[in-house]
Design a protein around this ligand. Sequence first.
Ligand code: ADP
Ligand code: ZN
Length: 518
Amino acid sequence: MTATALEILKTVYGYDAFKGPQQRIIEHVIAGNNAFVLMPTGGGKSLCYQIPAIARPGLGLVVSPLLALMADQVAALRQAGVRAAALNSDLSADDRQTLWRDVHGGTLDLLYVAPETLMRTDVLERLGGVKLSLIAIDEAHCLSQWGHDFRPSYRQLDAVVARFADTPRMALTATADEPTRAEILSHLAIAETDAFIAGFDRPNIRYAIEEKDNPRAQLKAFLKRHDGESGIVYCLSKRKTEETAAWLREQGHDALCYHAGMDKAARESNQMRFQHGEAVVMVATIAFGMGIDKPDVRFVAHIDLPGSIEAYYQETGRAGRDGLPSETLMLYGSEDIALRGRFIEESDAPDQRKRMERQKLDALLGLAETAGCRRQALLAYFGDRSAPCGNCDTCAEPPRLFDGTTSAQKALSCIYRTGERFGQAYVVDVLLGVENDRIAQLGHDRVSTFGIGTEHDNRTWRAILRQLIALRLVDVDLAGHGGLSIAAAGRDFLRDKPTLMLRVPQPPRARRDKLARS
Ligand code: ADP
Ligand code: ZN
């Protein structure tokens, strides 16, 4: 009689219950199905392939990129009485012989192997007649050509999988956005219905995103709610971290900075002070991240737009590891969008990579501009479905929407009439009918859209244009001076004129607080 998944969980691992979606995944694979498993680090992915490998007859093949990790896993499994081994180039001739004898004798449950080793023809030949219980590909995002951890040998795993077509295959990862996910599924021929995505929710973290109006005042108001607590303030540049830290010290905060331009000793000393301090504000670039294991980080603020939704999730995820309520704030403005865009355009990355980066930026802007629940939108990006959370800024104060159809038409016409080459500030001035020398010189005080937008103020028009950019109705010339032009979807919009609901710009919290007080 074969042991059930729960019996294995109890006897081998000593745990009482499955975590999150583990049970569903394990039963799905034990039944002989493929699976794609996307779970954050620490979510418990290993059990998802180890238990089926133990429960099913045959040898479970685990492809893993890291030798050290493999050795740890094998040692832990053996200690628990599981017949596991790792095949790698460090093995002595004797050990190698023993290993193959065990494999062919059917006395192993799990064999860990690096992709390079697995691809060797002698290894594939020796595995030829072996009955496999499953093939698990850990860190599966390594097969994505456009990902940061691309490993060419991972790319060839589709051939191995095809060779053992009747064997259930699993791909596991903690980092996969929509395009990478699609790439993994299609490359390994795993169906969408075999995808399990869960565990991304961090319910104790509150999310808030505000438009950048007066960043220092906004940061000050945010920190006021966190007196006596520690947290991180992320900035884009080294210079800005230093300036912001200095300013915060003037404001009476115990602020330190951390960026790659500092010498190692200073970085380590600041990290130590943060780690052990009571009320330390770490002002940092993204260089600050690896190896922070402070459980009581109570807040994370981004005073510049992060690089992507993944980066935002990772960076905000450093708050509240202890499970207690924690708060995050992201500020973003049009300059951030232009700057991020310029990074992409000016990089030496191949075109396909750039396109991907642009999509990621769009997704992040979509999150910033959403009128719905932030958490729901964030989790949806990772494929995790959820209900509105009640614990984010848009849930607490649902943004007011207005019918922006006419406004959008006016904005698009004005961009068109002025030749699709001017930036946001100029277009807004023309809409508002501002009389200045530049507009007069260019004759734009005589176009039909001059002064047709006096129903909104400057701030509202900027918010409208930002939403049109986020909605991809308007393109920004990122390589040049941020000139606005009408995107394909914008042309469709002008032709079909569907109703377009837009957000009413919210005064930032700093100002709201002041208004409430006065
Ligand atoms: P991942 O590979 O997703 O990063 P691991 O498989 O290493 O995560 O698991 C993370 C931690 O959670 C490990 O210490 C593991 O022993 C523990 N764990 C996994 N499943 C359970 C469970 N059902 N109950 C309790 N602890 C678990
Ligand atoms: Zn919410």
